[in-house]
Design a protein around this ligand. Structure first.
Ligand code: MN
Length: 745
């Protein structure tokens, strides 16, 4: 009598014989015997001999119709990890290629994929792909995970949750990226079953009930579609099915819908021979049933990034049940189900065609580096995953993933964490061992930086060693800043001394931001510190700077006197009064017009800007704030940023009274925020309402909220508050809108 392991192996061999008649069965059997011997009496948690697992993985690989080396590597995949077998042994007995595959799988097995923030997960997935180098390593690892998920019931609760989370966050998305829908679905359904057993069974139950109710519907529709298409002379095959459980679960829970509210629980697939037939079938379907608006998608014209192609449409049958129809060629179907693995299925038929011109495989080409001038078999063997060849992914000691440029060193890593870490670095450990700063990091390395408070800071050599611009810039900044602070200190001291000689003080030149700006412009600097740094560095002498500033102040004083005199004259003439001495009358003059629409008490035509937080328009009670160097910023009096209770006492003097001038034809930008029930065409209706009011729309953005509501943000230009109120009124009447409010304030 044969033992269980041999029985399973014979079944596998039979399967291989059928799907791959050219396979070297002796080599494959040798792999089985080698693995069986090395795993020896090891048992799985299920109590079965360990070797059953590699056989099962090889079985899945065979179903995918991968090449012979992949089958051999699948049988050996746990040998390096779990037995005393080594890369060299396998290379000698089988081939270096097989040994590389097994070692690749081992590396992925050793990696920890603890759950992280979303951005971390993306890096983890990239690291996973980058570490594999050969896409077959990923495929074997995915099949390994699939079998482990199928037999997860024997593991502890903790292990079940951990593995399921990893499957959901790392393995299923990778299967998706490789276009392997079928494998992805099974992984997701299995993982969901452990992650949310209650939700899983609820959906399962609801689905079973629906199936009982509507099994006859599926059959009838399938027949109806088939008959009609055949009548029209379209050669095709139709399948009816329910969507996979996890996708329904997601719709029910994420979008808070009941199973009966989900549009595409039922899906029909129509498989045809060529692309023109796809569009012909679509025409027929739309003729037979009423299409649901906005649900037609042409993934043949615009394939998904993972290469998926099909036409999708949702229609409503006579019984009022909506269902989705997916139309594709057989070849598209293979790619949809097996993704990158479909390549091996097609390799026979493609032997004579140039892969580079096959549109279907464009994405494979992008995804994987093809080796030119090699025969198709060679191509298969050398399929490499190098999408991320210019990046390296490493772990921090707490398991965060950092993405760095290829060839990055511990210096790059330290500065990617924080410049303070880089600046105080004294040493580095990689995977627990002290390394030199030049050591290039490898995918999956755990890197730890040793820092010290007494570190002297970076050395100039580091700029040559590091690979990232980030590190280089931060090191450069450190050098510049070290010098800069000294420069500023000495520059400031000599500037102040020179001012005193000229009979001026710092207070005199910083009296208003406008004056300071003008003076700095005269010496061609943007800020005082820059001027100080330049004086300290010797780029400008303190004497020269003070001299020029003094000249400028004299000139400004003269201008101001002339202007005031002219103003006084004008006021006196227009009011019929006698002419008063200059200065006194000038202070009384209040222009009612202003270029920017605002009158600031005590300051004529100064620079004004309308604050972004509350976007005031004429008619709003407003208040002004004298900023440091940007003129007066205008807030609404009810803006939180202008709230008297929140003003800083030391800035009390900066708040000034302002009022609207007669602004004529000018318009003012302001923002509105709309809350509404989410629906198609909402943003369009909002835009239409504005155009009916003849109001200029500068910007519109709409965001759907997870709860079925939407937020629409508008930026528009209006003349004044009256016009704005009319707009708000009009917008409140748009269907679905329940709140229109001004942003801020
Ligand atoms: Mn395994």
């Amino acid at each position: 009598m044969m033992d269980l392991a041999h029985e399973r192996y014979e079944a596998l061999e039979q399967h291989i014989r059928e799907s791959n008649p050219a396979a070297d069965l002796a080599r494959i059997r040798a792999a089985f015997e080698y693995a069986d011997k090395h795993h020896g009496s090891q048992l799985r948690k299920s109590g079965e001999p360990y070797i059953i697992h590699p056989i099962a993985v090889a079985e899945i690989i065979t179903e995918l119709e991968l090449d012979q080396d992949s089958i051999i590597a699948a049988l050996l995949h746990d040998c390096i990890e779990d037995t005393d077998s080594t890369h060299d042994d396998i290379a000698r007995l089988f081939s270096p290629q097989v040994a590389d595959l097994v070692e690749g799988v081992t590396k992925l097995t050793r990696m920890q994929y603890t759950s992280r923030e979303d951005e971390q997960m993306e890096n983890l997935r990239k690291m996973f792909m980058a570490m594999a180098k050969d896409v077959r390593v990923i495929l074997i690892k995915l099949c390994d995970r699939l079998h482990n998920m199928r037999t997860l019931q024997y593991q502890s609760d903790v292990k079940q949750k951990e593995k399921s989370l990893e499957t959901m966050e790392v393995y299923a998305p990778i299967a998706h990226r490789l276009g392997m829908q079928k494998l992805k679905w099974e992984l997701e359904d299995l993982a969901l079953c452990y992650l949310d057993p209650v939700g899983f069974h609820d959906v399962e139950e609801a689905l079973n009930e629906l199936t009982r109710e509507n099994s006859e519907f599926l059959e009838r529709m399938q027949k109806q579609i088939e008959e009609r298409l055949n009548e029209d002379g379209l050669h095709c095959t139709v399948y009816g099915r329910l969507k996979h459980l996890y996708s329904i679960y997601r719709k029910m829970y994420a979008q808070n819908k009941t199973i009966r509210e989900i549009f595409d629980i039922y899906a029909f697939r129509v498989m045809v021979d060529d692309i023109p037939s796809c569009y012909n079938v679509l025409g027929c379907i739309h003729d037979m049933f009423k299409p649901v608006l906005g649900r037609f998608k042409d993934y043949i014209g615009t394939p998904k990034p993972n290469g998926y192609q099909s036409l999708h449409t949702t229609v409503v049958g006579r019984d009022g049940i909506p269902f989705e129809v997916q139309i594709r060629t057989w070849q598209m179907h293979q790619t949809a189900e097996y993704g990158v693995a479909a390549h091996w299925k097609y390799k026979q038929g493609m032997a004579n065609s140039n892969l580079g011109t096959e549109r279907e495989f464009e994405w494979v080409r992008k995804l994987l580096e093809s080796q030119q001038d090699t025969d198709p078999d060679e191509f298969v063997r050398t399929l490499r995953v190098d999408m991320f060849a210019d990046e390296v992914f490493v772990f921090t000691p707490n398991g965060d993933v950092k993405s760095l440029p290829a060839g990055a060193t511990p210096i790059d890593f330290a500065y990617s964490i924080h410049s303070a870490v880089g600046n105080s670095m004294t040493g580095a450990r990689v995977n627990g061992r002290i390394v030199t700063f030049e050591t290039p990091l490898k995918n999956g390395d755990i890197v730890e930086i040793i820092t010290s408070k007494s570190a002297k800071g970076p050395s100039r050599d580091w700029m040559k060693i590091c690979k990232s611009n980030e590190a280089r810039n931060k090191i450069r900044q450190w050098f510049k800043k070290e010098r800069r602070e000294e420069n500023i200190a000495t520059g400031r001291a000599s500037f102040e001394t020179e001012l005193k000689h000229a009979g001026l003080s710092i207070a005199a030149i910083t009296a208003t931001p406008d004056l300071l700006d003008t003076l700095l412009r005269r010496v061609r600097f943007g800020a005082l510190d820059e001027l100080y740094a330049a004086i300290g560095y010797g780029g400008m002498s303190a004497q020269k700077a003070v001299g020029r500033m003094k000249e400028e102040m004299t000139r400004l004083g003269r201008l101001e006197r002339q202007r005031a005199e002219a103003e006084a004259l004008r006021t006196a003439v227009s009011s019929g009064e006698t002419i008063f001495p200059a200065g006194k009358a000038g202070a009384q003059a209040k222009p009612r017009h202003s270029e920017n629409g605002i009158i600031v008490e005590g300051l004529d035509n100064c620079m004004v800007k309308f604050s972004k937080c509350c976007t005031p328009v004429p008619g709003d009670p407003v208040v002004g704030f004298i900023t440091r160097g940007y003129g007066v910023s205008i807030h609404r009096q009810d803006c939180p940023n202008a709230d008297p209770a929140r003003r800083k006492p030391e800035e009390a003097g900066r708040w000034v009274k302002v009022d609207w001038a007669e602004s004529g034809e000018a318009t003012f930008r302001t923002s509105l925020e709309i809350s509404a029930k989410d629906r198609d065409g909402l943003a369009l209706d909002v835009a239409m309402a504005l155009s009916a009011q003849k109001v200029r729309l500068n910007n519109i953005s709409a965001r759907s909220q997870p709860d079925g509501y939407a937020m629409v943000n508008l930026e528009l230009s209006v003349k004044d508050k009256t016009e704005l109120s009319a707009v708000v009124n009009k917008l409140s009447q748009v269907s679905g809108v329940f709140l229109v409010r001004r942003a801020g304030g």
